[in-house]
Design a protein around this ligand. Structure first.
Ligand SMILES: Cc1cc2nc3c(=O)[nH]c(=O)nc-3n(C[C@H](O)[C@H](O)[C@H](O)COP(=O)(O)O)c2cc1C
Length: 138
């Protein structure tokens, strides 16, 4: 089964974890880039708000995930929820795919949004096989 690791990163932490994850699994790596780029200020003001409502944003680089049976989605946690490009990627998932959600945060916890993230992915017709947290700050 072909595996893809798809990620969004603002500060670079998720990017390095995603590269390591793709290397370890021999998976293809894709970056999701929002049309309207975030900076730390807009992430806080408009990004958190949208993240907490599980909104997606248009992507300027959207991966074609056709043919991937196993997809690892990675994004930073903003306001307890995955950053909005995570939701945009969720909208591109092929039905029936196995999905893992790996969320990177300063605290190492996305407990608050775990059930809602699972529901979003299941609503896409995917099977959620793992939800993991990665702590970026030591
Ligand atoms: C707007 C914003 C909101 C954040 N909210 C949270 C949060 O709710 N919980 C948490 O543990 N970390 C939070 N963080 C920290 C990031 O999740 C953490 O620094 C992550 O590693 C950033 O990944 P990146 O470098 O790939 O962008 C937030 C960071 C930003 C910029």
């Amino acid at each position: 089964m072909k595996t893809a690791v798809v990620y969004f990163s603002l500060g670079g932490a998720t990017r390095s974890f995603a590269r390591a994850e793709a290397n370890a699994r021999g998976a293809d790596l894709f970056e999701a880039v929002p049309e309207k780029k975030y900076n730390p200020f807009s992430a806080l003001v408009r990004g958190c708000h949208a993240a907490m409502r599980q909104k997606s944003v248009p992507l300027s680089e959207a991966p074609d995930l056709t043919g991937y049976g196993h997809i690892v989605l990675m994004a930073p946690v903003w306001g307890g929820f995955p950053a909005p490009p995570f939701n945009s990627i969720a909208g591109l998932l092929p039905r029936g795919a196995e999905v893992e959600a790996l969320l990177v945060s300063a605290s190492g916890s996305s407990e608050k949004s775990r059930a809602k993230v699972r529901a979003l992915l299941e609503a896409r017709g995917c099977r959620v096989v793992a939800q993991r947290d990665i702590r970026s700050h030591r």
